[in-house]
Write a new protein. Structure first.
Length: 452
């Protein structure tokens, strides 16, 4: 039955090979079960709720991907989306996490509509490759900064003087001049900073040695080191089944997310998810060498549909939108050729529910190094940008630097789109600009004119 349903013989594989590939993929991606609760806790969300939602959403949608698309793709909360979600839903962002989840849900509905009408595919074609690569790099740096902040490896030193009273009066919110603050290294004598540094060295070494599951193994080692440092509380460990009542099911505030001031937020979630999923899908299917061009095109269409449903489902359960993970290539390299690999990975995500207490005790300092290292994985795309062509290089450069420096992915995307369209037209290369880019530029102008 499995042979017929998953076309195992047709793709020259066996049940054993597929299951082992699925387990390999799970080991490679299981670090998200530790990272997501740690990161999203900064928004006020309960760690256990995030863990349960991550297990359920990743498990069920990955299984759905395997059954519907029949390809070894694994899905989970996208790191870029989670980073942006955390930035806007933290104390600094000022938006309740329930409202941010509502924005993610609306973005998921937009995904679904754009996918069914094929507009999503047109949008992906419209964005120039230079901006796609710049988006990846910028988000990578953005995630790295979050990791550095979480670990306290970088700190903000202020020289407030008389402005301190103004800041206190405005409940901690004020604009500081250039000379009133500095970014400095954290205090490495503090346990959390020291643990983060140790973790950075350990995970980097494991990756260098090409150890399978390097990130997960590094997090486990770092968590154990955190015990004598007083950062890991082993007394909270228990193996009781988690209560599903702790899930934030339906906690999203869609009504507030429709507020016109959050249009920019919804646009950003939509844009990130659009680029993230499509680029990963195309990269994975092309590199796999399993399918011919026609089969690959059909697969991407089906996968984008499942991904759109996953975006809505994740928000409903209480995590930012799901996306296809590039780590799916690990399963393919291990021999995975069909959806049975994905189903196996999904089942293991569901089985992880009983380990909730183990993942929840992992300190932030043990997971922060993962976020820091994400930057190096994502910045490698810079080699694909033609900086010799100023009309390609400058928009890409602005996209990259504006994201981390303004702590806003939306600002980076906006800068890149506007300067790309302007420079191409000024240089007489207007034929290289897809008509949809003018629409996006108009939306950016409207955003800063009316919605900011």
């Amino acid at each position: 039955m499995l042979n017929k349903f998953f076309k195992l013989n047709e793709r020259s594989t066996t049940v054993t090979t597929e299951v082992l590939a699925g387990i390999t993929t799970f080991v490679t991606t299981a670090y998200i079960l530790a990272v997501m609760p740690a990161v999203l806790a900064n928004t006020g969300m309960a760690k256990e709720s995030v863990f349960l939602a991550t297990c359920l959403s990743s498990g069920l949608i990955t299984i759905a991907m395997g059954l519907i698309v029949n390809f070894p793709l694994v899905l989970g909360p996208g790191m870029g989306l989670v980073a942006y979600f955390t930035a806007v839903a933290s104390a600094q962002g000022g938006i309740p996490w329930q409202t941010a989840l509502g924005a993610v849900f609306i973005a998921g509905i937009i995904f679904l509509i754009l996918t069914l009408t094929r507009i999503r595919q047109i949008l992906v074609v419209a964005i120039p490759d230079s901006l796609k690569h710049a988006l990846t790099i910028g988000i990578g740096l953005f995630i790295t900064i979050i990791g550095l902040k979480m670990s306290h490896m970088i700190m903000v030193t202020t020289h407030l003087g008389p402005s301190l009273s103004d800041i206190t009066a405005s409940h901690g919110v004020a604009q500081l001049s250039f000379f009133e603050w500095d970014l400095t290294l954290g205090n490495f004598a503090k346990p959390d900073v020291l643990l983060a540094l140790i973790g950075l060295v350990i995970i980097s070494a494991l990756i260098t040695l090409k150890v399978k599951g390097a990130i997960l193994i590094g997090i486990i080692i770092n968590t154990l080191i955190g015990i004598p440092l007083g950062l890991t509380n082993i007394h909270d460990i228990n193996f009781a089944l988690p209560s599903m009542q702790n899930l934030n099911i339906g906690a999203m505030d869609v009504k507030s997310a429709f507020n016109i001031g959050l249009a920019s937020l919804i646009f950003t979630f939509t844009f990130i998810g659009l680029m993230d999923t499509f680029s990963t899908l195309v990269s994975t299917t092309n590199k796999s060498g399993i399918l011919n061009k026609n089969d690959s095109s059909s697969l991407v269409g089906k996968a984008m549909f499942v991904d759109s449903v996953g975006a809505c489902f994740g928000a409903f359960l209480g995590v930012p939108a799901l996306t296809v993970y590039l780590e799916s290539m690990v399963g393919i390299s291990a021999g995975g050729r069909t959806g049975l690999t994905a189903v196996t990975t999904g089942v293991f995500f569901l089985l992880s529910l009983v380990l909730s207490s183990l993942f929840i005790i992992i300190p932030n300092a043990a997971t922060a190094p993962v976020l820091i290292l994400v930057g190096i994985f994502m910045i490698s795309s810079i080699k694909n940008i033609d900086f010799e062509d100023f009309t390609e290089g400058l928009p890409a450069f602005l996209t990259i630097i504006v994201m981390p420096f303004t702590y806003s992915i939306a600002n980076g995307i906006s800068a890149g789109i506007v300067f790309y369209v302007l420079l191409k037209n000024i240089s007489g290369k207007w034929r290289e600009v897809h008509w949809m880019m003018y629409v996006l530029m108009l939306l950016v102008v409207l955003r800063f004119t009316y919605f900011s």
